[in-house]
Design a protein around this ligand. Sequence first.
Ligand SMILES: CC(C)(COP(=O)(O)OP(=O)(O)OC[C@H]1O[C@@H](n2cnc3c(N)ncnc32)[C@H](O)[C@@H]1OP(=O)(O)O)[C@@H](O)C(=O)NCCC(=O)NCCS
Length: 351
Amino acid sequence: MALEAPRRAIHARTARAPGRSSPPDVPGGQRGRLGAAPAGPADHPLRPGDAPRRGRPRNGTRVRDALTRERIAVAFRALGLQAGDVLLVHSSLRSLGYVEGGAGTVVDALLDVLGPRGTLCVPTFVFSLTGQPRPVFDPATTPSEVGAISEAARRRPGARRSAHLIHSIAALGPAAEEITRVHGPSAWACDGPFWQLHHFDAKIVLLGVPYLRCTYFHVVEQLVQTPKRVFREIDARLRRPDGTLTPLPTRAFVPVPGWRNNDFNKFGALAESRGLVRIGPVGNAVTRVLRARDVVAHGVREYREDPDIFNWTDPEYTPLRDGVLAEAQFVEKAVYDPAQLSVRSGDGPAR
Ligand SMILES: CC(C)(COP(=O)(O)OP(=O)(O)OC[C@H]1O[C@@H](n2cnc3c(N)ncnc32)[C@H](O)[C@@H]1OP(=O)(O)O)[C@@H](O)C(=O)NCCC(=O)NCCS
């Protein structure tokens, strides 16, 4: 079945900041200083004629073939991802365009790139339990609520998952046990997986989602003890493998009443201007790669200069130079062509 016309819930705006010009392209559409040298355009899943132009949606064009495991892996390598890496991947499957085999194919491609020495981490966050009285979290069965790719990774044999009511992490690979074994009550504290990602010098991958979804920026907010958030205790329980329940102390770092929100695109745009982010296409998805250690080092430094660096202060979220910010199902995506966001389960490649 061909892709449908965009649904009404999808809208897009260009992400170019007024008056800002983009730096010149490097081969393959990549920028930034992370990892290996970028590959040439021929290595990209998008053909040269489809090459995205920054800041301009390619309305009316479509990825003509399904994205395969091999093509996705090539695109990830072109972004500097390599064997032995530790990754934290935030994702939107529909942002890629049609993927043959769906979410599992993306997980396969990531594992192909990482090889046996690398470790893939995904957020497997659960927001729906917090409204319940004495919620029960079961790492083995509670589904991820942050996307099909994260859920596919969580369900892989051998996946480990940390025990946190809201912000659990699932991991596959040799470092998975060490990263997920301990997750204290406060999600982003030094006793949990997020700080382990700092220890392992992890790369954060934003696959078709903007910085708005980059949870790692909360690590800095917690380090600097932002006055925009306060701790709230939640009386939760953990279901153990033998079925018994045990206390799962949870301290959520929640917004103070009346505070508007984060604008993580603001710090993301700054990180891009400092050359800390590698950017390029994986299919239709604008994909950004940055290091956890850079987020902490630069985030703390920038916070000292501007305590609003993570806060939403302008009328709109901070614009980003590459691609467009497009809403689908009321959540922002980072894509080159918003028309392709209409891909649905059961669709085939565009013709
Ligand atoms: C919320 C979010 C996951 C939604 O993204 P999405 O692409 O719409 O949804 P998923 O990633 O779950 O993918 C499922 C969608 O992919 C699309 N899809 C289905 N099969 C597909 C295929 N073979 N190829 C490509 N897309 C496909 C469909 O649109 C499907 O939605 P449907 O089940 O309603 O039809 C995403 O916007 C997001 O924010 N991701 C990051 C989340 C995160 O890490 N948050 C942490 C901080 S809060």
